[in-house]
Design a protein around this ligand. Structure first.
Ligand code: TMO
Length: 317
């Protein structure tokens, strides 16, 4: 009797703790978490890195190629579950527009700070092809216009922009606002790869090149110099009522999610909330593809294998 009641007590106690822990640890949905892929390397590698982290926790993951501006509307409505690289300069407006409509939540910032702007590679500075850089006013000199001319730029200097889907006419409008439009013409590259091919060719030939780039990126290691435009301030941009006569912000890099993600995939959401990549780590993700020529998926596998000490703590309670 005494034995039985003790056994019963232990059993009940066990049942209590089992159900209590079951209540405390809601299980993630078996539906796939949908992660977007865009058209620059760190973003795609990081998609597979984060997907790999979720899979290590037992979650299912789908990847969906998406436009980098329209994605915030897709996250707001739940077609895509999250966005892991919200760059302030390019996407801040779309991010907050979606938030104002309802359904998009701010899941915090990565440790890395960002800059997305025009600049020149190290050899342009070293060879003094445009004296006075990185101050933007140097660009007014005819010597600089000549240094950045190309076969297709008429008599103007060429500014090589990224794909127009990233930030529309931001750079053409800025060039106009700063009085540089009669000296420079903006050409949009078809892809990030086209930017890197032009960069490599200019470097090989010791040619001038003035191009859009960003940090964190694989080019950080080479000493890329961003042009110092008049400082950014909230309200400077045309979209915010300004005249656009300013550079890009020293920006944040945010994470965003569908508002139902915390209830539907609480463990994955908690991990997503904790995770944060720094400048070196994001530069590595890009370099594995753009320098080492790995596929995005293989790059992510290697990054995860090499950095268990970084990401595994984010999956623990
Ligand atoms: C959004 N991007 C990193 C290409 O500037």
């Amino acid at each position: 009797m005494k034995f039985l009641s003790r056994k019963l007590f232990v059993t009940l106690l066990g049942a209590f703790f089992l159900s209590a822990s079951h209540l405390a640890l809601a299980k993630d949905s078996k539906e796939p978490i949908v992660i977007p892929t865009h058209n620059w390397s760190s973003q795609i590698v990081m998609a597979y890195v984060i997907g790999g982290i979720f899979e290590s926790m037992g979650n299912r993951v789908d990847y969906k190629s998406a436009d980098s501006q329209a994605v915030y509307e897709s996250v707001r409505t739940g077609d895509i579950t999250l966005s892991h690289e919200v760059w302030q300069s390019a996407f801040g407006k779309s991010f907050y527009n979606a938030m104002e409509k309802g359904g998009l939540i701010d899941v915090g910032n990565h440790e890395a700070l960002t800059l997305e702007d025009l600049g020149v590679p190290k050899h342009v500075i070293d060879a003094n092809l445009c004296p006075g850089l990185p101050d933007w006013e140097a660009l007014k000199q005819q010597k600089c216009v000549d240094a950045f001319k190309t076969a297709d730029s008429g008599n103007k200097g060429r500014i090589l922009e990224g794909p127009q889907t990233w930030h529309g006419d931001l750079i053409p409008n800025r060039i106009k606002a700063l009085g540089l439009a009669d000296k420079y013409v903006v050409k949009f590259a078809g892809s990030a790869d086209a930017l890197w091919a032009e960069l490599a060719s200019a470097k090989k030939d010791g040619r001038g090149i003035l191009m859009f780039n960003w940090t964190p990126n694989f080019t950080d290691a080479d000493g890329f110099s961003f042009i110092k435009f008049p400082p950014y301030y909230d309200g400077c941009r045309i979209a915010d009522g300004g005249d656009e006569a300013c550079g890009s912000p020293d920006g944040w890099l945010k994470k965003a999610a569908y508002y139902k993600m915390p209830r539907k995939w609480p463990a994955a959401y908690t991990t997503f909330s904790k995770l944060s990549f720094n400048t070196t780590q994001i530069g590595q993700m890009a370099a594995l593809v753009d320098i080492d020529k790995m596929s995005h998926k293989d790059a992510a596998k290697k990054w995860l294998a090499d950095n268990k000490k970084v990401w595994q703590p984010w999956t623990k309670k």
